[in-house]
Design a protein around this ligand. Structure first.
Ligand SMILES: Cc1ncc(COP(=O)(O)O)c(C=O)c1O
Length: 418
């Protein structure tokens, strides 16, 4: 089986709006372990994507594989909100202890967009105010309410007629001066002094923008935003779907003193399920705990809610996180990666192992990503003009493998420069 053969078959059968198929793109994965991925032709790739940030522990971790295998033989599917699997309770309790921040209530989903959808539904239920403020450059998922708060035009425009228009977008600040200006603008909007806006019930933000291009807000911005939201009775929704579980060198990005804030609702996903589809919203008694009580019918559920296989994988992931101190690994590898890249003359954005190489020229990221693939390294592009090359490997990547991958990335970036 060759990649080309599979490209042709995929091109005939999948909806054309999903996978980009062109000369040499994509490769089809056969298997993966640790930070290495193998395609159907037996070629080896170093994974600098962690497969969209999911494989924090690396691919095919033995502990997670065993947990899923054991669970599959015992109970693979339950009745999430009616007669839940016991594991759902274990994971909810464990997750609230793991995350801290006084977050005591949990609602599970299957992927990131689900978690964002649930969080926005919660804000509506609790505040009664339908307006939402999100940020330019945001990416919160592509369906339902998540698409409503995702700013990129290429995702929104083709389905613009389906969007409700309840979301206003504010600039995402990077410098301290931008932070001050954005807070003043938000105060004006939340105070009802901007015309034509619905009453705002929620503000949603990524503590570091992932697909927006590894953009980090100025120190203190998130804390001030939290205080502003509290002042105006607006819920602050923090999306840590990418940044959570050690990615930025802390359990959560908001555990860094520069970004300290206590959100009303926190969305997590990606790494949480250890490779199984799982996300969660966690909140306080005053947010997620303030929904009307279910009496006979759930106010929010889905067939696969609290899937036992995903819960078993997540419990194994949290065990491994604590045993291997994944946040410390991200700090150490992130530091080495930054040193190597800066030493080679690159501008590096982000924190921990959520890094981006700023390339400057629009589209350079795509050419560099394609060249990286030829050189045996998996990367992704970020930023509104594909001008950032993302470096988000498994947090367990061995230092020498990361070094080798980044030397190939450096070569690819240079060879494809305009
Ligand atoms: C910050 C953030 N939020 C939400 C999502 C959407 O998650 P999913 O693709 O699992 O729906 C993503 C996906 O990349 C993300 O990076």
């Amino acid at each position: 089986m060759t990649n080309q053969h599979l490209r042709e078959r995929l091109g005939r059968v999948e909806s054309p709006g999903i996978t980009t198929v062109s000369d040499g793109w994509p490769i089809f994965w056969s298997h993966a372990h640790g930070s290495l991925v193998f395609d159907v032709e037996g070629r080896e790739f170093i994974d600098l994507t962690a497969a969209f940030g999911v494989a924090a522990l690396g691919h095919a971790d033995a502990g997670i594989a065993d947990a899923v295998d054991r669970q599959a033989r015992r109970l693979l599917h339950g009745m999430g909100d009616v007669h839940p699997p016991a594991l759902k309770v274990d994971l909810m309790e464990r997750l609230t202890r793991f995350l801290g921040h006084g977050l005591t209530r949990v609602a599970f989903g299957l992927n990131g967009a689900d978690a964002v959808e649930t969080a926005l539904k919660c804000a509506q239920l609790v505040t009664g105010k339908p307006g939402v403020i999100a940020f330019e450059g945001s990416y919160h998922g592509l369906y339902g309410a998540a698409l409503e708060v995702t700013s990129r035009r290429d995702f929104r425009d083709p389905v613009a007629g389906r969007l409700s228009g309840r979301t206003a977008f504010a600039p995402y600040p990077v410098t301290p001066a931008e932070g001050v200006a954005v807070l003043a603008e938000l105060r004006r909007r939340l105070g009802g002094r901007a015309s034509g806006l619905l009453p705002t019930g929620a503000v949603i933000i990524e503590p570091i923008q992932a697909r927006g291009g590894a953009r980090t807000p100025p120190p203190g911005f998130l804390g001030a935003l939290g205080a502003l939201c509290a002042e105006y009775g607006v819920m602050l929704l923090v999306d840590e779907i990418f940044t959570g579980f050690g990615r930025t060198g802390h359990r959560l990005a908001i555990d860094h003193p520069d970004h300290a804030v206590t959100p009303d609702l926190l969305c997590v996903g990606k790494a949480l399920g250890g490779g199984m589809p799982l996300s969660a919203v966690v909140g306080h008694e005053s947010s997620l705990g303030a929904w009307p009580k279910a009496r006979g019918e759930a106010l929010h559920t889905a067939t696969f809610l609290g899937h036992p296989g995903a819960c078993a994988a997540a419990l194994a992931f949290l065990d491994a996180f604590e045993r291997q101190a994944l946040d410390q690994l991200a700090l150490a590898r992130g530091h080495e990666a930054r040193e190597q890249l800066e030493g080679l003359g690159h501008t590096v954005l982000g924190r921990g192992l959520m890094l981006g190489i700023a390339l400057g020229a629009p589209g350079h990221g795509v050419r560099a990503m394609e060249r990286c693939l030829e050189l045996g390294v998996l990367t992704l592009v970020e930023g509104p003009e594909a001008e950032v090359l993302a470096v988000t490997p498994p947090l367990t990547i061995p230092p020498e493998l990361l070094r080798l991958a980044l030397s190939r990335v450096d070569r690819a970036v240079r060879e494809t420069a305009p």
